[in-house]
Design a binder for this molecule. Structure first.
Ligand code: KIV
Length: 264
């Protein structure tokens, strides 16, 4: 079944219109987001906001497949991307086997792979085998333990040049688009100018070809911390707490359910 958004339409958007991506982890929210976005990413960030883990590293391929299926069910016409979790992109055979599982077991349109030059051969192996790949360079959350923290990239010449080369390597490997995370505006703009594929920023700059935010951050449901780059478009956590408090109060005082909620 043809989807509303295709890879070609996404590629052609570069320089013409901004692309909007949001994460989703379940059918219900995916269905609420579908009409207003170009792409839905089933990000491994679900391991933090949904599973309550301190980072994304313990997310499994089974978990990602489960959530991607749910998102595809909720937004059947949307362009859906499944994040390849930590440990699933290692050798060429293993990476291809894992990506094929995603394509066979879900209706995802693409997978996302964190990494630059060091992952280029693996990305090429997937694109040569009809798996569409979105790259992810700059700050790479899956490298948090190896790098001893989340570090903004591009403040020094070494990281500026490395991320730029990473972006080029990922494009040359056949990726159709690229996430650039946690970089200075100057680097985000240099990457966007350097490559011909759409560059989707997060913690980057308005100079990118599009933006992505984690849904539970931008709707204010995730309260544990708020990175600088997050804008809260609603206060979800407050709204939920307030609604549940009213429900609890009405149950306790005996005013819910009312007659209108009963089968008379
Ligand atoms: O896991 C995720 O949600 C992501 C986005 C932050 C791009 O990779």
């Amino acid at each position: 079944m043809a989807k509303d958004v295709t890879i070609n339409a996404l590629k052609e958007a570069k320089g013409k219109r901004k692309l909007v991506m949001i994460t989703a982890y379940d059918a219900l929210f995916a269905s609420l987001f579908a009409d207003n976005v170009d792409m839905i990413l089933v990000g491994d960030s679900l391991n933090m906001s949904f599973a309550g883990e301190p980072d994304t590293l313990s997310a499994t391929l089974d978990q990602m497949i489960y959530h991607t299926k749910a998102v595809c069910n909720g937004a059947p016409d949307s362009f859906v991307i499944c994040d390849m979790p930590f440990g699933s992109v290692t050798t060429p055979d293993e990476t291809l086997k894992n990506a094929i599982r995603v394509f066979k077991e879900t209706r995802a349109d693409a997978v996302k792979i964190e990494g630059g030059q060091e992952r280029a051969a693996l990305i090429r192996h997937l694109t040569d085998n009809a798996i569409a790949v979105m790259g992810h360079v700059g700050l790479k959350p899956q490298s948090v333990r190896a790098e001893g923290g989340y570090r903004v990239q591009g403040r020094d010449e070494e990281s500026f040049e490395r991320v730029l080369s990473d972006a080029v390597a990922v494009e040359e490997a056949g990726a159709f688009a690229l996430v650039v995370e946690g970089v200075t505006p100057k680097l985000a703009e240099a990457v966007t100018k350097e490559v011909k594929i759409p560059v989707i920023g997060i913690g980057a700059s308005v100079g990118c070809d599009g933006q992505v935010l984690v849904w539970s951050d931008m709707l204010g449901f995730f309260e544990a911390f708020k990175p600088k780059f997050v804008k809260r478009y609603m206060h979800g956590a407050e709204a939920v707490k307030e609604a549940v408090a009213r429900y609890a109060e009405e149950v306790r005082e005996g005013t819910f359910p009312g007659e209108e909620h009963c089968y008379l």
